[in-house]
Design a binder for this molecule. Structure first.
Ligand SMILES: Nc1nc2c(ncn2[C@@H]2O[C@H](COP(=O)(O)OP(=O)(O)OP(=O)(O)O)[C@@H](O)[C@H]2O)c(=O)[nH]1
Ligand SMILES: [Mg+2]
Length: 208
């Protein structure tokens, strides 16, 4: 749910990266953090174990352009993928304006992707949210894997209708394309919710 501060003319949006364990959620945020102008972003906060798996969430604030007189701020979160941390995922998804589902393209991880998508939908539902009502960006990550499933198979299994992003989060390939799409969708929805006289004429997308 966009947090609008009319007094400060600022609006804050929340984007949550979900997906199977070790699918590349943290890698997406790390790449974004590395590549964004430090003036446009805060610090990347990661809570990880000694083996470097996310156990709580990753958090990256991204300050952005002005839309209809409102300064926008995107809070990027990556949930932990491990099965035992469903409660954490549910809390992190509270109030999400959009979700990036980072799937692992490896054929061997298909069942893990399905389980994660089911868990993501349940966590959204527990927060009164629904994938049909908030934008979901599909990112088929790890396209460099030798056993990567054809994208058409993913589209069919997950009934994906929007364009999916074929990514390699470690090299950054399609990481910003994914972020641009989800932030553009969120801004479009916010924009459409404003009274006609307050709508911006400028293009709505994250700039770098
Ligand atoms: N080959 C390859 N490896 C990747 C890619 N993206 C991430 N990885 C690797 O996959 C491993 C897990 O990546 P993370 O970004 O930590 O995954 P995560 O989804 O945050 O994992 P959890 O927080 O444990 O759920 C790391 O060793 C990454 O370097 C990719 O596109 N290709
Ligand atoms: Mg992680």
């Amino acid at each position: 749910m966009a947090l609008v501060r009319h007094d400060k003319r600022e609006v804050q949006f929340k984007i949550v990266y979900c997906g199977p364990p070790e699918g590349g959620k943290t890698s997406n945020l790390q790449y974004i953090h590395r590549r964004l102008d430090p003036a446009l972003r805060g610090d990347l906060v990661s809570v990880a174990t000694e083996t470097n798996r996310t156990i709580c969430f990753d958090f990256l604030p991204v300050h952005e352009t002005v839309v209809a007189g409102y300064r926008t701020r995107f809070q990027l979160y990556a949930v932990p993928g491990q099965r035992l941390l469903a409660g954490t995922r549910q809390s992190v998804l509270a109030g999400a304006d959009g979700v990036v589902f980072v799937a692992d393209s490896s054929r061997a991880r298909l069942a893990a992707n399905l389980e994660a998508w089911q868990g993501c939908r349940e966590a959204l539902a527990a927060n009164g949210l629904h994938p049909g009502r908030i934008p979901v960006a599909w990112q088929y990550n790890k396209r460099d894997q030798a056993d990567a499933l054809p994208p058409e198979d993913f589209d069919e299994v997950f009934d994906v209708r929007d364009p999916a992003f074929l990514a390699c989060a470690v090299s950054g390939y399609q990481v910003f394309a994914t972020l641009d799409w989800i932030s553009g969708e969120i801004l479009r929805i916010f924009h459409a919710s404003l009274p006609a006289g307050r709508r911006a004429k400028a293009p709505l997308a994250l700039s770098r």
